[in-house]
Design a protein around this ligand. Sequence first.
Ligand code: F0G
Length: 463
Amino acid sequence: MQLKPFQSGTIIEPFRIRSVEPIRFTTMEQREQALQRAGHNPFLMRAEDVLIDLLTDSGTGAMSSQQWAGMIGSDESYAGARSFYRFEAAVQDITGFKHVIPTHQGRAAEHILFSSIAHPGDVIPSNTHFDTTRAHVENSGAEARDLVIAEGRQPRTIHPFKGNMDLDALRATLQELGRERIPVVMLTVTNNSGGGQPVSMANVRAVSELAHAYGVPFIIDACRYAENAWFIKTREDGYAGKTPLEIAREMFSHADGCTMSAKKDGMANIGGFLALNDDELAARCRSLEILTEGFPTYGGMAGYDMEAIAQGLYEALDEGYLRYRIRSIEYLGEKLTAGGVPIILPTGGHAIYLDAREMLPHIPALQYPAWSLNNALYLLGGVRGVEIGTIMFGLQPDGTEKPAALDLVRLAFPRRVYTQSHVDYLCEVILAVHEQRAHLPGYRVVWQAPVLRHFTARLEPIG
Ligand code: F0G
């Protein structure tokens, strides 16, 4: 008997679940109260009031048995711990960078880097700076300039690498300001604030060549380097036969260093690093690290955190895992698109981005359509996402407000946490909100902080 192989449409999570964490079901009335207590700001809600928590993919993933095994055997010595050398070896093996400076998370690496190299009047180009990166650049008095390609700003234009840097714009900026005013060129892979969109190897190479032609160092924001490697493997000519590890190594080989939040593709709950090739800059950064993070062989992490990352950096590059992860996001994207829900296309690496401005044309940008959509997802289904729009980016340094480029709700997936049935439920919730979209209210701010207001602002629905 000849049996033909069959193609399964089911996304099989490439792991067995041996430890479970209950999630709590609530009524719509309970959720209304929870949202009110939190000033209608999901950041201020208690996590136990959330059923499916897609606030972030940062530090929220499930660790593997191998990671836990490493953690049990960690070395907690203050100086020279074995766990540090394991961590350092993993980072060097994957990135090829000479100096590995551990930090408690990604923004600490940004703080150390920009405090060491950026000055008032400087400009730091990137495809799109993440909000903490932008805040650290601006905190040093420099300007954070986003130069993503035009397609990267158009939610429904299909392009395989919408995170790419606009090379003409970068060239013009380098020509105009030179290395005197550009201490570093950054590139965020994948481009989180631009929809989790990947950057091609060709673009990484070209950015590197341009920056170096002007004598400017090139630093990668590497938070989601493994997901970016997967997109290069599956979308860019010449990479189908390479492993994600080989692709990651090639990506890093074009740069002079990276900042990293190990809470993403480090598969850890906390941690990060700054990695550099330049001896002198690394020495200055280590001095600052001692001041703000800790001794250079732990830098704000416990030995067990470094063990988790040393293992996690490789697990993030596993092909079975990457296929499941990227396919889960794509699967949800397909269902939403079929249901008429406007999302950023093509779907990116770690999240679905709902286009609230498009979905809710009756809510003006300064009444925060994405905020409203996000709260409706919680009210109807206990789902928590995050607004990436006018509340996050609209407040100007002089206190005025203008609409952000886009008003999006990001639904970011913790790594290895949710299954296909969670995703199916989520899809039902989004479709139910979409059906009732005409009834969603605008919001007004009741209280806000002068910077990074989205974390602590209190709002209320209008009418
Ligand atoms: N760079 C990017 C591209 C990020 O996405 C983040 C964090 C950071 C830097 C800062 O790292 O949180 O470890 O200090 N992004 C999280 C998010 C918070 O939800 O997207 P961190």
